[in-house]
Design a protein around this ligand. Sequence first.
Ligand code: FAD
Ligand code: SF4
Length: 329
Amino acid sequence: MKAFDHVTAASTREAVELLSSAAPDGARLIAGGTDLLTLMKADLIAPPRLIDLKPASELRYLRFDDAGALHIGALTTLADLERHPEVAQRLPVLPQSVRDAATPQLRALATVGGNLLQRPRCWYYRGDALCWLKGGSACFARDGQNKYHAILDHSPCVAVHPSDLAPALLALDAELVIHGPGGARVLPVESFFAAPTDQERVEYRLAADEVLAEITVPRQPEGARGAYLKVMDRQAWAFALVSAAAQVALRDGRIEHVRLVLGGVANVPQRIRAVEDLLTGQELTPKLAEQAAERAVAGAKPLAHNAYKVPLARELARRALLAATGLMV
Ligand SMILES: Cc1cc2nc3c(=O)[nH]c(=O)nc-3n(C[C@H](O)[C@H](O)[C@H](O)COP(=O)(O)OP(=O)(O)OC[C@H]3O[C@@H](n4cnc5c(N)ncnc54)[C@H](O)[C@@H]3O)c2cc1C
Ligand code: SF4
């Protein structure tokens, strides 16, 4: 790891000031450090300065407002989110999404902000190869070892997004509050994530001098229930092979509101609007859940070694919809 200097930020404002006064690529924020330090140890990034955000305690909170929206400070840990009784009762999809993420020790350190900004786990990316995402000209996984990669093709890179929290936040229509030198902006989580492009070889849209301050989950439709399901290749300490987050509200037995989001299938979590269109206004039956799940994977184009993800995603979508509707536990 290359030498770097370390400064602390006691507030969001101070963090923005420190970031904006640094040279381009001159400084990076560090929160729990569970992803950033791994990237630095592997010499994938070498920021000359780390700005420690942890002293900015104003960024660690979880609270519901009078309108029923949940506000999550970016420094809230995954463990805080997992253990909050009111969140578990009102928005169960959130603790369900993080309870199998990493390990208890990592969840005690890892923050929700860092979780959304973590980089892909593709072995070529984490290794020495100069692949496309790191500025090279070719994606080595596309025709190489791609067992854990995307089945929906959106960019030259076929890595999948590793966050478990992100699909759940998309299913809840969450927004992000981002602070920069010009003030604060609010962005839907769905717009924050975007497939990498030639110009921006990264899975999120955040400027180098911006701080992710808050995740806001709006009040959900009356009676909405959620479910997050994750399949791993071992029982613990594993990223999702595929995950599915569903949030459903019924009125008079019919679906009034539905979100279905798949993780582990593309560069960024995928909200499946075709399923939402199919289900809205319908009574969910096991048969209709099967049709919806079929539709969820209709566009899948598996690579040489990951065709198994298609039936997995289909089945997870079916079960998540049924679980969120109370037809399956
Ligand atoms: C062994 C292992 C297993 C794991 N398994 C899973 C899993 O199953 N599911 C899952 O979802 N995750 C998993 N993770 C990833 C883990 O959840 C993330 O590493 C963690 O959430 C990152 O949070 P952090 O606070 O440590 O971020 P850091 O490592 O401190 O930062 C990550 C990135 O975010 C930036 N950053 C952090 N906070 C802010 C902010 N507020 N504003 C702007 N930029 C910011 C940093 O500059 C850096 O670029 C695993 C990690 C490990 C090491
Ligand atoms: S999938 Fe993405 S990260 Fe992996 S080798 Fe291809 S370009 Fe690199």
